[in-house]
Design a protein around this ligand. Structure first.
Ligand SMILES: [Zn+2]
Length: 285
């Protein structure tokens, strides 16, 4: 159950599948909003219980969910976000969850927080991750459901709410190609999500022409890097984000990209058509 701890501030709701999803390709743009006084809320469907354990001193398979919940809470604190809300769906099993129940819980959060903006994954989950695809679908269904008046689930108000904007996170294919070149150039294997999730390599990421919103965030590097590293169980020795020279990793985190689903870009518009998620929305006075 989400709580409204900043009723006077406009809210942004980011809906993800795992602790650390918020930190990778999105944290800079969300941090920019938080710095301007927007209350940034993260709703995370799982507690990441199937994730890695980079150092056995940090967690066991039995404690990993609780440890990763703590890591997400620390990352959100470092980024100046509101206290995150974690649902307790099984990591890696979100696609098997009851889609109506999952969408209902997201819709309840939307009715409670009444965010001006909702952010979630793109339809392909970024790189085909089935949990990411499931939360994308649930979030789109939730945005539609929350706009209707109806019985409030989980104690949420029985009053409809429609966010002004809906965004999907995006990893532009050009950026993934540059990242692959950097990885190979430093002796790491290229990204191979296609084999992992059974999708063609060419289908990973987002076609550059679809990017509506490219947010320059290089100046926020140190703070988002700290938040990423707060996910200690996921970013240990051997991880390219840890091993590669800082100047390389910084280039990977210089721009956060999104596809604006609502309102969609005008027909024929030159994209990207904005450089800020909050463009066009009022900031707190
Ligand atoms: Zn994830």
């Amino acid at each position: 159950m989400v709580t409204v701890d900043h009723p006077h501030r406009p809210a942004l709701l980011a809906v993800f599948a795992h602790p650390d999803d918020e930190a990778f390709g999105t944290a800079g743009a969300l941090l920019r909003c938080a710095d301007r006084g927007v209350a940034v809320h993260v709703l995370c469907a799982t507690r990441g219980d199937a994730g890695q354990i980079a150092d056995p001193a940090l967690a066991t398979p039995e404690t990993l969910a609780a440890v990763r919940e703590g890591e997400l809470r620390e990352a959100c604190r470092l980024l100046g976000f509101a206290e995150p809300t974690l649902l307790d769906y099984g990591d890696g099993r979100l696609a098997a969850a009851d889609p109506e129940e999952l969408a209902g819980r997201v819709a309840a959060a939307i009715r409670t927080l009444r965010p001006r903006m909702v952010v979630t994954f793109d339809a392909n989950g970024g790189y085909g991750h089935l949990d990411h695809i499931a939360i994308h679908r649930a979030t789109l269904a939730a945005v539609a459901a929350a706009a209707d008046r109806g019985p409030g689930a989980d104690g949420a108000p029985a009053v409809g709410h429609r966010p002004d904007k809906l965004y999907a996170t995006a990893y532009p294919r050009s950026a993934l190609a540059r990242m692959n070149a950097d990885l190979v150039g430093h002796g790491f294997p290229a990204l191979d999500f296609g084999d992992v999730q059974g999708i063609a390599a060419a289908e990973i990421g987002t076609r550059d022409e679809r990017i509506t919103t490219a947010v320059p965030v290089a100046d926020l590097w140190l703070r988002r890097w700290a938040a990423l590293r707060a996910h200690r169980t996921q970013y240990g020795p051997g991880n390219p984000f840890v091993e590669l020279p800082e100047e390389v990793v910084r280039t990977w985190m210089a721009v956060d990209s999104f596809v604006r689903l609502e309102p969609p870009p005008a027909p024929g518009a030159t994209l990207p058509d904005e450089d800020d998620l909050w463009a066009g929305l009022p900031l707190p006075g």
